[in-house]
Ligand binder design. Structure first.
Ligand code: GLC
Length: 539
């Protein structure tokens, strides 16, 4: 039975969702870019891994200025990725494997190549074609200054001037003009786009920049740049997390509720106390909880964030979501190798970096998997995380593709280091990703971390994930109890039904707690739980 209020039986409340950055997952046609054919060929792998759902980063027709978050046509698949018919077949095949498919929808902005934006450029100021976007006269007697001091997330001003002197708003790259969500035509168009994909069997949507749609159209200057990719206090900001977004959320939810068993998850980088507003029964089913991703490797900090997140979700009847990595942040196997307090979003511009302890990062990433896979709610895994892949921080500058690199005047490298193609084989031109050079190069060490190598090795990160996901399904997925246990300031511990989870986040071994060991992130010395390791114990 399905409910619209997100009852306990709904798949998204306890599912393991695997994020596919399609461009870097598997290349079926050998052109160096991942595609639907490649993805289809790996469904067996994903099924063996045991995931319940896939979230696929944007696959729509796009100039790929921002990796596909610049959509030119929401109803067509980019030809580098495949065709709409192929996607329909893929959805059916995924369903045959018992895997749901979540599409990524980008409602805040389109590509500048979208038909609407081209029409807006061809139209005169004041024309209805311009009203689908946010066009403004500039400041100053001749309008030559931008309408406000708003900054683009990727750097520089959020305003770009067009030939006739008006300015248009782009919270991201100039190639991503912001839509005007006060315009009813825009709202109706997205209802129709939702239905288009729902009718093709899509099970859910990840909504991009869900907290950015509504702007204060008086365009007041802001005191300082509010970064989107950090959970900051954003209430009262003129373009992040404005109350008006909730009306739009409700409109979409009503569309989804016309169908059975579909969900939507918000990418909303908002303050912890504002997040539950997105999860009210007539709004999102889920919202990514990015607080854990922002937490240093430290037991009391982990305990506090986890407990708060579980309680906040419970309060609104939603399930928590857990995320450690995605296509926008430094991979956590590297993050956890940096000293606590490192500003990793700005790191590393230069290398090699003496402060990175790769081995600690790798050990902690294994332990972290046993944390996120044992918490109540759903867990998101970013492709390659199951292989323990590190951030590729030493990509040569001439291959960098993220708009951040150019827009920041080559001061911020951007997010390419977490988007390097997956190694499937130990050898070969792109370690089995495809047959030619990949769109961005892989480091030599990826071969030894490949799926083929790790499949053979029962102690590999991949084997750990496979076992953990299977045990989770058996022992944890349907359990809602969660209770923190105090085992000292170096230890994160909690009970989930009859399973005790203990994570030694200190620097020394500790006595192994009593009970039957279901799974450990490491081979421990007899009677001990090693530093940076986690264990699931059946009590
Ligand atoms: C989201 C996406 C990110 C993209 C941005 C603009 O934050 O996750 O990759 O660049 O939105 O669409």
């Amino acid at each position: 039975m399905t409910t619209t209020d997100g009852g306990p039986e709904n798949w998204w409340r306890h599912g393991v969702v695997y994020q596919v950055y399609v461009r870097s997952f598997a290349d079926g046609n050998g052109d160096g870019t991942g595609d639907i054919a490649g993805l289809r060929s790996k469904l067996g792998y994903l099924s063996e891994l045991g995931v319940d759902a896939l979230w696929i980063n944007p696959w729509y027709s796009s100039p790929l200025k921002d990796g596909g978050y610049d959509v030119a046509d929401y109803r067509a698949i980019d030809e580098r990725f495949g065709t709409t018919e192929e996607v329909e077949i893929f959805i059916e095949e995924a369903h045959t494997h018992g895997i749901k498919v979540i599409a990524d929808l980008v409602p805040n902005h389109t590509s500048d190549q979208h038909r609407w934006f081209q029409e807006a450029l061809d139209a005169a100021p004041g024309d209805p074609a311009r009203d689908r976007y946010i066009f403004q006269r500039g400041k100053g007697a001749d309008g030559s200054e931008p309408p406000s001091n708003w900054a683009a997330v990727f750097g520089g001003s959020a305003w770009e001037q067009v030939a006739d002197g008006e300015w248009y708003l782009h919270l991201f790259d100039p190639s991503q003009p912001d839509l005007n969500w006060e315009n009813e035509e825009v709202r109706a168009e997205f209802d129709s786009i939702f239905r288009f994909w729902l009718d093709r069997g899509i099970d859910g949507f990840r909504i991009d920049v869900a907290h950015g749609l509504v702007k204060d159209l008086t365009f007041p200057d802001v005191a300082q740049k509010a970064a989107i990719l950090e959970s900051e206090r954003t209430a009262d900001h003129p373009h992040w997390d404005r109350d008006g977004v909730h009306e739009i959320n409700r409109r979409w939810r009503a569309v989804l509720d016309e169908y059975e068993d579909r969900m939507m998850v918000a990418e909303a980088w908002v303050a912890a106390d504002r997040l539950p507003l997105y999860l009210r029964p007539d709004e999102y089913h889920q919202s990514f909880n990015f607080d854990l991703l922002d937490t240093d490797w430290d037991a009391p900090s982990f305990a506090e964030v986890i407990d708060k997140s579980v309680r906040a979700a419970e309060d609104v009847g939603a399930a928590s979501t857990w995320v450690l990595s995605n296509h926008d942040v430094m991979r956590h196997a590297t993050r956890y190798g940096l000293p606590n307090g490192t500003k990793w979003r700005r790191w590393p511009m230069t290398g090699p970096h003496e402060v990175l302890d790769e081995s600690a990062g790798f050990q902690r990433a294994r332990a972290a998997a046993l944390i996120t896979l044992s918490l109540p709610g759903s867990t998101y895994i970013y492709q390659g995380e199951e292989l323990g892949l590190p951030e590729v921080w030493d990509l040569p500058q001439d291959v960098l593709d993220d708009p951040t690199w150019e827009r920041s005047g080559h001061t911020e490298k951007g997010r390419d280091g977490c988007r390097v193609p997956i190694p499937w084989e130990k050898d070969g031109p792109s370690f089995g990703f495809g047959t030619g050079d990949p769109w961005i190069p892989q480091p030599a060490r990826f071969g030894s971390m490949s799926v083929a190598v790790q499949t053979q090795d029962t102690s590999s990160s991949l084997s750990l994930y496979r076992t953990a996901i299977a045990l989770r399904r058996q022992h944890l997925a349907m359990v809602s109890d969660f209770q923190l246990i105090d085992m000292g300031s170096d230890v994160l511990a909690y009970e989930r039904g009859d399973v005790l989870v203990v994570v030694n986040m200190g620097s020394d071994s500790m006595p192994m707690p009593e009970g039957d060991i279901l799974l450990a992130s490491h081979v421990n010395p007899p009677g001990l739980l090693a530093a940076d390791s986690a264990v699931w114990i059946r009590q």
